[in-house]
Design a binder for this molecule. Structure first.
Ligand SMILES: Cc1ncc(COP(=O)(O)O)c(C=O)c1O
Length: 460
């Protein structure tokens, strides 16, 4: 009885939140509701389950509870609970990438996205490139599943003038990662990953059935002693690395570690998956990819244009050699036949235009200024100066112990600023709490205002 009335109270509270919110909004977590209303977890779950049955909300495993659009007049209320039975047990994977994909209100300040906002996109260059592409014969037809020749050549030549690599075109870096993991990984096997690392790589590895094994890093990139110990302990043959401007820490592999790392790869027959996601934003331009000096073919290199051009230009190049390239290629063809030639021709026109270098210079300068503004504001504030790391696009910020980064993300969103929590960015246990703030989509004034809103979202 007590349980009934308590869950009724929680239900009424939730109905009020649903009334105030909009479809797609996330409801407060079980933990927050327990604390706010002084009730047990089972009481909260009972109330949520009633609302799920009523079709007002849906729960997404690992992500939370979201408001659903009310049924339109005349629509038939559906009972899809059979699907849960038909699907059986979950594959055990929370949707780690839901926060990256979350839609925002137009007046939310975006300190979460790593994609350049409209003011950083080369819109004129893109529009002309697209228009020229549509005039080329064959643009509306099919393309080879490896990608169009001149674009593959461009990626290969950038990596090494001798064009030693076989390049395949994939629809963006995320798709490239997923393809690589699934084509060369065996379900159940270990993959070494720097900790922390890009959450999208952790999610793609897990969905390929691989088990991420954390490898320690510092400001010089992956620590070689820990790396070799992890290879020996796990028997891994695969390793995912970001040697340039690591996301999220910003570290670049130090020059002294490069040859020993390649030596380790050779002694242990390792495949190194080099995610060179910010190739185009290297301000100093001095770091050669590992793949550029890899005669025996240990490295699979990938690079995408989404960060340096625009999110909609979903084009990535995967460069590999020998049997590894062949293995990736054979899965690539069965995935989706080919990447749209409209996008490939447009990308080719963009990167071979005389305006490309100018755009990159402008982009780098603007991002550098935004980053300075963010760092200065953080360093001037006692709440944020615990440990600040980061690269050209992001700041990776250690938070005080009293702050729960997942809860901060939710309350910041309510206050009109989007950030990312670092909780899911560790392939193993997280040694500290972090959030990630990005400067790609917010200008300087928005960065300052976003930080003020974030400040207001801190627990008192
Ligand atoms: C390190 C890293 N690799 C790969 C990707 C995926 O790239 P894309 O946006 O081209 O799919 C991202 C996206 O943020 C990233 O941060």
């Amino acid at each position: 009885m007590v349980q009934d009335s308590a869950s009724g109270r929680v239900r009424r509270h939730l109905e009020q939140l649903i009334h105030q919110g909009a479809p797609g909004d996330k409801l407060a977590s079980v933990r927050t509701l327990m604390a706010d209303l002084g009730v047990s977890p089972s009481t909260v779950r009972t109330a949520v389950a009633e609302l799920v049955r009523a079709g007002s909300v849906e729960t997404v495993a690992g992500s939370g509870t979201f408001i659903l659009a009310p049924p339109t007049a005349g629509s038939v209320s559906a009972n899809r609970s059979w699907q849960t039975i038909a699907l059986g047990s979950t594959q055990g994977e929370a949707d780690l990438l839901a926060p990256l994909r979350a839609q925002q209100n137009p007046d939310t300040i975006d300190l979460a996205s790593g994609y350049p906002g409209p003011s950083l996109q080369p819109t004129k260059l893109l529009a002309k490139a697209l228009q020229d592409a549509t005039r080329r014969p064959g643009t509306f037809g099919r393309a080879p599943s490896d990608g169009i020749g001149p674009l593959r050549d461009w990626f290969a030549e950038q990596l090494s003038p001798s064009r030693n690599h076989r390049v395949l075109i994939a629809p963006g870096g995320q798709a490239a990662l997923s393809l690589i993991f699934r084509s060369i990984g065996l379900r159940g096997e270990a993959i070494l990953m720097e900790t922390p690392t890009y959450v999208g790589a952790i999610a793609a590895a897990r969905s390929a059935g691989l088990t991420p094994v954390p490898v320690p890093t510092d400001s010089g990139g992956v620590q070689l002693g820990g790396f070799e110990a992890a290879v020996k302990a796990s028997g891994a043959r695969l390793c995912y690395l970001q040697p340039r401007f690591h996301n999220p820490t910003g570290a670049t592999l130090s020059p002294e570690r490069r040859a020993p790392l390649m030596d380790l790869a050779s002694r242990h027959n390792l495949i190194l998956i080099e995610d060179d996601w910010l190739y185009d934003l290297d301000l100093a331009g001095g770091h050669l990819p590992l793949a550029a000096n890899d005669p025996d073919g240990h490295v699979v290199h990938l690079r995408s244009l989404t960060k340096s051009v625009a999110p909609a230009l979903r084009i990535a190049g995967i460069a590999a050699t020998g049997a590894i390239a062949e293995r990736i290629r054979s899965l690539r063809g069965s995935e989706d036949f080919f990447v749209s030639p409209i996008l490939q021709e447009t990308a080719l026109n963009v990167v071979t235009s005389p305006a490309w270098d100018r755009h990159l210079r402008r982009l780098r300068t603007e991002l550098k200024e935004r980053r300075l503004v963010l760092r200065r504001a953080l360093e001037a504030n006692n709440d944020w100066c615990l440990n600040i790391q980061g690269g050209p696009l992001h700041v990776w910020l250690e938070t005080e112990d009293r702050i729960d980064p997942d809860e901060l993300r939710v309350s910041a969103m309510r206050n009109g600023v989007a950030i990312l929590s670092g909780t899911a960015w560790h392939p193993g246990d997280a040694p500290a709490k972090h959030i990630r703030l990005s400067v790609a989509a917010a200008n300087e004034a928005e960065i300052i205002e976003g930080l003020a809103r974030l400040q207001e979202s801190l627990p008192t």
